[in-house]
Design a protein around this ligand. Sequence first.
Ligand SMILES: [Zn+2]
Length: 267
Amino acid sequence: MSRLARRKLRPGKLADVVVRRLAWFLLGLAVVFAPRPTEAGKARTKKTPAKSRHACLTRLDSLRVSFRPAAPRKGIQVPVEVTGPLGGVTYRTWGRRALVLDCSLVYSLAMAGRYLGEAGITEAFFSSSYQRRNVRGTDRPSRHSYGLALDIHEFKGKNIGRLTIQDDYEQGLGDDVDCIGEPLSRGGAILRILYCRMIRSKLFRFILSPDYDEDHYNHFHVEALPWNERPDLSIRPPPAPEVAPSQGSPPAVGSASPSGGEESGAR
Ligand SMILES: [Zn+2]
C-alpha cells in the first residue's frame, strides 16, 4: 500500500500531489538530458590568450610557402612539414616520406629557390632529412638530428634534364677568389654555379659537396643555422644575380670553403 493511500488524502489533494511530483520528474529529465555546451561554444565564451606565432613561421607565411607546423620532434626547435614547392622547387624523396625540417632550413630553401629556378631546376631529390644520428665516426649528433640539414642528390628541370651530384658535379673547380673555376660540361657548370651562389647567399651555414670528402661523393649536404643564430635576417632580400647561368660567362663569387671548421664524416 502506498504512502498516499495510507494518509487517506482527499481525491483533489491527491491530484495536486501527483501533478507536482510529475512536474518535478519532468524537470529532472530536462536537466539530465539537456544538451551540453560544445567545445566550440566553450571556446567562444572562454578567453584564451593569443599565442604569438614564431618569427620564422611568419617569414614562411610572407613567402607564401605551403607548409603546416608539424608535431614536436626531438631536437627540432620549430618543426615544419613542407606540403608544396619551396621557392618554386618541388622536393621529392624515394618513398612517401613527408619532408619535416626545422623552419630555419625551410626558410633558407625557400629563399634559395631563385637560384635553383634560374638554373632551370624545378625538382630536387633528397635522401636524409630529419634523422637522429651522429656524424659518422664521431659521437657528436649530426645537424640532421635537429632538422637543420638536407642531403640533395639530384636536380631535374624541363630544359636541363636530370643532373646528379654523383655523375655531373665536377670536383676540384674554383678557389678562394673564383669559386666557379672552369667547368668542362654544361651540367658541371650548372651545378657549380648553383653551389657557389648558394654559398655566397649566406642563407646556409655551409654546403658540403663531393670536394669535401668521400662520404659526400653523391650529394650536397645543405645546412642552415638555427633561427636565433642567423646573421642574415636583416639583409633580405638577396641581391639580384649579375649573370644568369645560361647567359655566357658565370658570375664570380666568393669563397666556397665551408666555414666553421667542420669535421670529416657523413653529416
Ligand atoms: Zn647530410
